[in-house]
Design a binder for this molecule. Structure first.
Ligand SMILES: [Fe+2]
Ligand SMILES: [Fe+2]
Length: 265
């Protein structure tokens, strides 16, 4: 059997998406879904209610008044943002496994960065950009859960300056792009998200290169050690970002992301 199939088949917990995500995605598929239906899902999940209230009152969204009602919080945020938050919260346990404790935080950083740049440049819808950034590395969960110790090793070797896909291939005979692509198929993710998972390391190969390039760019910007040579200068130009301003952009993104991480943790 193909190694990637074997790896994905081995992680039954991941293959079955958390029930709250399934519920939310199903509700969202209906054309006439009401905020009340979404609210009902949130209200029955207490930790989600607490997090959404904390978030709506945080500087991340910057609403001026103090909000204590979950229904008001939901209507202020809007459906798509609520869905994004639910997905980010529900996937945290899966992403915080041994071996790669940083994956959830990294995913939030890329999500916040994509949302931020999308708002600034209007090249992609900011809410879509957020979820695209958040799910880009889902394939890492597959490798990590198959062998946390070995994945720890992958991270260590990658930090020494090696390409992550090469290192994963060496240790797992597959990589997080392949594993993520298969997972996206099994989860029946929308085309945009499946594309992000498959092409966030090679955006020019995607049939929808702009959002893939956005995720690629933010993924590089939020790395611990920013390697400017890895950035696509032409794409930055289309974003209107000067390479000299990249440090400021990085700081702005990380600051935003930390607000979100603090409220969702
Ligand atoms: Fe990746
Ligand atoms: Fe990444």
């Amino acid at each position: 059997m193909d190694k990637t199939i074997e790896l994905v088949n081995a992680v039954k917990d991941i293959q079955a998406m958390p029930s709250v995500i399934v519920k939310v995605l199903n509700v969202m598929k209906k054309p006439t879904v009401s905020m009340k239906e979404l609210g009902d899902i949130v209200i029955y999940d207490q930790s989600l209610t607490v997090k959404i209230l904390a978030l709506v009152n945080s500087a991340y969204y910057g609403f001026s008044q103090q909000i204590s009602s979950i229904n008001i919080a939901l209507s202020l945020l809007g459906m798509v943002k609520v869905k994004n938050i639910i997905v980010a919260v529900a996937m945290k346990p899966m992403m915080s496994g041994a071996g790669d404790k940083e994956l959830w935080k990294h995913s939030i950083r890329v999500a916040a960065g994509c949302e931020y740049l999308a708002k600034l440049t209007k090249i992609v819808d900011p809410d879509e950009a957020f979820i695209a950034g958040f799910i880009h590395d889902i394939g890492k969960m597959v490798l990590n859960m198959n062998n946390p110790k070995m994945y720890e090793k992958v991270i260590e070797v990658t930090k020494a300056g090696h390409d992550i896909l090469d290192v994963e291939k060496k240790y797992f005979d597959s990589d997080h792009v392949r594993a993520g692509s298969l997972l996206a198929k099994r989860w029946q993710l929308p085309i945009l998200l499946a594309n992000i998972v498959s092409y966030h390391h090679s955006p020019s190969l995607s049939s929808i290169p702009v959002p893939c390039n956005l995720v690629y760019t933010v993924d590089k910007i939020v790395q611990e050690n920013l390697d400017q040579s890895a950035l696509d200068k032409d794409f930055l130009k289309t974003l209107g970002v000067d390479i000299e301003d990249i440090e400021d952009l990085r700081n702005a993104i990380l600051q935003k992301a930390e607000l979100l991480i603090a409220e969702l943790t």
